[in-house]
Ligand binder design. Structure first.
Ligand code: PEP
Ligand code: MG
Length: 318
């Protein structure tokens, strides 16, 4: 079994009917990056930066962050690395004193980009570190917990200000990296058309999206059957996200846990997903599922099951 899988290290991630699917890696350590590279990941689709902030009493410096991000970029050797800006709060509590302690509803609290915009000095430090790392290879920036378009606009503004600050320090940035939005708040998913003009790409965080959509705590084991990704509301919302991105010509990936599930892969393929991001340890299993999938048939089944929302005219007839 393991031997059969390891034969797929160099195999293309292509469906039976010949469609190329991109498998990206989620990473948060040097080991993850080197495994991703060795298994032929298309790039790093989600580089979680919280590890630099967790389990310590102080904030990491710009220099420390720069070295970590540069390591990831160099480790992927020319394949793109998607650095997610700090997503502290809720299940990712920190000891740096940044996130509010004892928030009554931390999952609905000041987390992700909300927390970063409330601590713009800390956020700028991270953005400068990311910008400096972008000189060493292809790098993209991904913003967590986007709810309002203004949050993306603030990120664009801060990013160009940081590039100017670096220019004053004689650190040259050729080009601002692409900026993407995580789609993990139901409002962002439903109103994705308002975000897409300001996002170069999207990545769907299904761990949080399912938690918020189904009102089921992602960390509560007693709810595992309730937090089901196969709920029709989840499938319809995913179909809406993928189709909106397709129409806008913006790349979209799924980087939540469901992208790592080979049993769920045919469903995501049928809904039109072409980019999956997962921990490298699942990459070969998902690649095998993709190589066994008939994409045309899956898409026809998916249409027949009507996972997409009904067009408005059909609603009116009822
Ligand atoms: C998600 O929410 O699905 C996700 C990928 O991010 P995290 O698990 O880090 O919240
Ligand atoms: Mg998330």
């Amino acid at each position: 079994e393991r031997k059969a899988l390891s034969k797929l290290r160099k195999a293309p991630s292509r469906t039976l009917d010949g469609v190329e699917i991109r498998l990206w890696a989620n990473a948060e350590s040097r080991e993850d990056v080197s495994q991703a590279h060795a298994l032929g990941a298309a790039g790093v689709g989600l580089y979680r930066t919280e590890f630099l902030f967790l389990q310590r009493g102080e904030l990491p410096s710009e220099e420390e962050q720069f070295l970590a991000y540069r390591d990831a970029v160099l480790g992927m050797d020319g394949r793109p690395v998607t650095i997610r800006t700090l997503d502290l709060g809720a299940d990712k509590a920190d000891a740096t004193g940044l996130a509010i302690e004892d928030e009554p509803n931390p999952a609905l609290g000041l987390r992700g980009i909300r927390l970063c915009l409330a601590h713009a000095d800390v956020f700028r430090e991270q953005l400068r570190a990311i910008l400096r790392a972008s000189a060493y290879g292809p790098l993209r920036i991904l913003v967590p917990m986007v709810t309002h378009v203004e949050e993306l606009l603030a990120c664009h503004r801060l990013l160009s200000e940081c590039a100017q600050e670096l220019a004053k320090r004689k650190v040259k940035i050729n080009q601002l990296p692409q900026l993407g939005a995580m789609i993990e708040v139901p409002a962002a998913a439903l109103a994705i058309d308002s975000l897409l003009p300001h996002a170069d790409f999207c990545s769907v965080g299904t761990n949080d999206l399912i938690q918020y959509l189904l009102a089921a705590d992602r960390g509560n084991d007693a709810l595992s059957s309730i937090a089901a990704p196969s709920h029709p509301a989840v499938l319809r919302l995913l179909a809406h996200i993928f189709e909106s991105c397709r129409q806008a010509g913006k790349p979209v990936a799924v980087c939540g846990e469901i992208a790592a599930d080979p049993v769920f892969a045919p469903i995501l393929l049928g809904l039109g997903l072409t980019d999956f991001s997962m921990h490298p340890s699942s990459l070969l299993e998902v690649r095998r599922a993709i190589r066994e999938a008939d994409l045309g048939a899956l898409m026809r089944d998916s249409n027949r099951a009507n996972f997409g929302l009904l067009p408005p005219s059909q609603h009116r007839q009822h």
